[in-house]
Design a protein around this ligand. Sequence first.
Ligand SMILES: Cc1cc2nc3c(=O)[nH]c(=O)nc-3n(C[C@H](O)[C@H](O)[C@H](O)COP(=O)(O)OP(=O)(O)OC[C@H]3O[C@@H](n4cnc5c(N)ncnc54)[C@H](O)[C@@H]3O)c2cc1C
Length: 283
Amino acid sequence: MQEVYSHIFYPSTLNELLTIKNQNPEAVIWAGGTGLMGKQEMKRPTLPASIIQISRISELTKIRRTERFLEIGAGAVINRILNVGQHVLPHALAQAMKLIRPSVIRNNATLGGHLCIQDVRLNLYSVLLLMDASLELKRSGGTRWIQLNRFFNKNGDFQLKENEILTRIRIPFGNWNRQIFSSDGNPYFDAGNAISFCVLADIRKGMINDFRMAIGNTGKHTVRSIELESLLIGKKVPLNIKDVSSVTRMHKEWLEGLTGELTPFQRYRTARFIFWILEELLP
Ligand SMILES: Cc1cc2nc3c(=O)[nH]c(=O)nc-3n(C[C@H](O)[C@H](O)[C@H](O)COP(=O)(O)OP(=O)(O)OC[C@H]3O[C@@H](n4cnc5c(N)ncnc54)[C@H](O)[C@@H]3O)c2cc1C
């Protein structure tokens, strides 16, 4: 059998990385390698012809917090983020990270690699979307910041340019005092039988001041109903019977309108989700 070799670049600074990527736009960024290799047959893995290994670049692993936001380098591995950020990570985000399983994967998987997998949106995507996270994208000679919801277009296509690298993820601190993330199935291996639910709410003195919910791990799309969220904002809790019936009706109509986005399994789980919110989260 003919041996096939890959060319591996091993930059140690961000500038070096950007220069290499500029000169070799086809070279594949290798962060933890779990997304690149996880579905490969281990006996005969195929490596990209040209690889840029980024794990030596310390600028990409920094984690810092300010009063307003948490900023995480794209090359920071999930278990380190959980460890370093244990007192500051929003609960739903930490929960979504812990549910990336098995836990050994989290020792290699990076936040940047997680968000740059193109064919499916994994655990952290929907949580960060609700949190209004923004991304720093760098190329040789230029930097731009974009909101996470612009990272993929409406069709779910990746918007990172060929010579760009995701370098930092900025997560604003919100006032959410109720946060949940729950998931079922493995979105990486079996997207059709996986689903996640994320809810962020700010409920004080019996009033819903903010409410956001997303259904994630549903392939290339994250499903969200702004109308349903708006209906709940400003309502008093516990919800009265009239409000409960408006919410369940709107949820049903919304679900009926989602034709291509959900598999039968996901649809079944989503139908029950609203009752869980009404019973558990907005008692
Ligand atoms: C056994 C196993 C179980 C898993 N279970 C779960 C689970 O339960 N839930 C879940 O959500 N996910 C799960 N995953 C998926 C896992 O979360 C991803 O594989 C991981 O987050 C990818 O991170 P990485 O650093 O390894 O990325 P890599 O594999 O290194 O890269 C992934 C992609 O992103 C690109 N890339 C990486 N970093 C950058 C960057 N900074 N800029 C631009 N492009 C970049 C790469 O070129 C590649 O295309 C599982 C994976 C495996 C293998």
